[in-house]
Each structure stands twice: as structure tokens, then as C-alpha cells.
Design a protein around this ligand. Structure first.
Ligand code: ZN
Length: 105
């Protein structure tokens, strides 16, 4: 017969759920009734155009302009790159729980 010792182990389970939408540019919370969704992409040759889509959230016209200025300046002097930007003014969060990111921020 073996004499046994009992030990216990507690496991921590971590759940992640969205609680607030933050501006991708200044990192402050967006007003859920007044914010912008920015979508960018390129239409260069190649199959990666579809992978080039990025979404970002912006809290104010200032943040939209800051992002837009940097985005278009980046491409203006490069004769080979194309850049597409779509700015959508939203008045509610709706059911959109899609996350956003801009690679550069
Ligand atoms: Zn902002």
C-alpha cells in the first residue's frame, strides 16, 4: 500500500469581453453616439490587397484629421503605392463588436 498526499491546485480562467471602444489615435474612449470608423486599404497589384484592410476608431474630427494627414502624406511621394481611405461617421455603437487596429499605432 502506498501512502498518498493530497495537494490542491486552483486554476485561474481569464475571460475577455469588450467594455468600451477606444480611439485608435489618442486612446481615449469614443462617445458611443458620435464617433468615426476609418477603413484603409490599398489596391496595389497582387493578392494581398484584401489583406491590406485595416479598421480604426476615432473619437473626434481632430483625430480623424491627424490620422488622415499622416496617411496621405505617407503615400503622396511614393509613386508606386496606392492608398484608399474611407471615413464613416457613426451615431451609435450598434451591434458592431468588431475590434479595430492600425498597425502603426
Ligand atoms: Zn481620439
Amino acid at each position: 500500500m502506498l501512502k498518498k498526499e493530497i495537494t490542491t491546485e486552483t486554476k485561474v480562467v481569464r475571460y475577455e469581453k469588450p467594455i468600451e471602444r477606444l480611439c485608435d489615435i489618442c486612446k481615449k474612449p469614443v462617445n458611443p453616439h458620435n464617433w468615426f470608423r476609418i477603413t484603409t486599404s490599398h489596391s496595389d497589384w497582387g493578392n494581398d490587397s484584401i489583406d491590406s484592410y485595416e479598421n480604426g476608431d476615432a473619437c473626434s474630427p481632430e483625430c480623424v484629421l491627424k490620422f488622415t494627414r499622416e496617411y496621405v502624406e505617407e503615400s503622396f511621394d511614393n509613386e508606386y503605392n496606392t492608398k484608399v481611405i474611407e471615413i464613416e461617421h457613426r451615431r451609435s455603437l450598434g451591434n458592431d463588436d468588431s475590434d479595430s487596429w492600425f498597425g502603426k499605432y
